[in-house]
Write a protein that binds this ligand. Structure first.
Ligand SMILES: [Zn+2]
Ligand SMILES: [Zn+2]
Length: 332
């Protein structure tokens, strides 16, 4: 059921089949020359039919969609972009940092798979689990019709759509080129996966996202703190009102997670794999996870461990080409 969240601006609901997250919430923004669709859904017959039905319900045809704004290129947000582009020729708009992943993830993943294998081994993944973990994101490629952006954004731009005027916030962390869109006059923000009402998005270190992604993520949360917001429109779950309250909760969640991980690192040091398999995750324990979830847990763990390295609380060291994290002990 499409829901009108501001005058003429609709929240749509598109299912993600066989996925615990359930559905994605694209937004349809009216403008002077037609509509802008923010995110779309996986490319499955079921998702496409749902999107079509939702558009039908609000009497908008694909031809009226002039722009496709993508918060980030994960399959649940970007999967249908290529198909929609084929149908109506909409202008595809993506952050420049996301554009770089289109080829390496969706068109020619061979090099990335190779780097992934090396990286998993370096982080302590046992030989017999390697190939399943390495390949675990490949099935999702089937749900993406890749398309290059017509326009790239960098953050800081203002997008004028008729009565709505959205400021582009570059919010790296969950993905390096993730964007949020804030309408100051309406006190409304579209948060994509960056801020969700009850779940925390995966923040991962992996071969395409090195450096300090958790540091980036926390900084991106803080950038939203001063905004005056009455309505938060996320890409999953449901709309909510208390942005600041939720930002604070997410920061606390990560603080707690950092302490848990530090405890597992202990006195003897541990690999990313050791720590990931020792954490009690909100969605269960490591050994009950699918390979895809296990890999997400490992890369999420490594994002936390690297953050601790940047904070000077642990350091990374190599033994036999495997990376171990060890606690920094204060010298007397
Ligand atoms: Zn995502
Ligand atoms: Zn998502």
């Amino acid at each position: 059921m499409a829901k009108e969240v501001l005058s003429g601006l609709y929240q749509l609901k598109v299912p993600i089949p066989n996925n615990p997250i359930g559905f994605v919430l694209p937004y349809l923004i009216p403008g002077d020359d037609g509509y802008t669709l923010v995110d779309s859904g996986w490319n499955t017959p079921e998702a496409f039919a749902a999107l079509e039905a939702e558009l039908d319900e609000v009497s908008v045809s694909f031809d009226e969609i002039k722009r496709l704004l993508v918060t980030h290129v994960h399959p649940d947000h970007y999967g249908l972009a290529g198909r929609i582009k084929e149908i109506c020729g909409a202008e595809v708009i993506i952050h420049q940092r996301e554009r770089d992943f289109i080829r390496s993830r969706y068109r020619q993943p061979e090099q990335l798979l190779e780097r992934m294998a090396t990286w998993l081994t370096e982080n302590g993944v046992p030989e017999d689990e390697m190939s399943e973990l390495q390949q675990s994101s490949m099935p999702a490629r089937a749900y993406v019709v890749a398309v290059e952006p017509d326009t790239v954004l960098w953050g800081g731009e203002t997008l004028d759509f008729g009565v709505y005027r959205f400021e582009v916030y570059w919010t790296p962390g969950h993905s390096p080129g993730h964007m949020c869109f804030y309408d100051r006059a309406q006190r409304t923000i579209l948060t994509g996966d960056h801020v969700l009402p009850t779940i925390t998005p995966n923040v991962s270190l992996h071969p395409q996202q090195m450096g300090n992604p958790l540091g980036d993520y926390l900084a991106s949360l803080k950038r939203l703190m001063p905004l005056e917001v009455e309505q938060v429109l996320p890409a999953h779950e449901y709309s909510f009102t208390d942005l600041q309250g939720r930002l604070t909760e997410i920061v606390e969640h990560h603080d707690q997670r950092l302490d848990e991980m530090l405890a597992i690192v202990g006195e003897d040091g541990a690999t990313g794999y050791d720590v990931a398999s020792g954490i009690v995750w909100t969605t269960g324990t490591f050994d009950t996870f699918s390979f895809w979830m296990q890999r997400a847990a490992i890369s999420e763990t490594l994002a936390h461990l690297e953050y601790l390295v940047y904070e000077g609380r642990v350091y990374a060291t190599r033994r036999d080409n495997v990376v171990y994290y060890e606690k920094v002990t204060q010298e007397e």
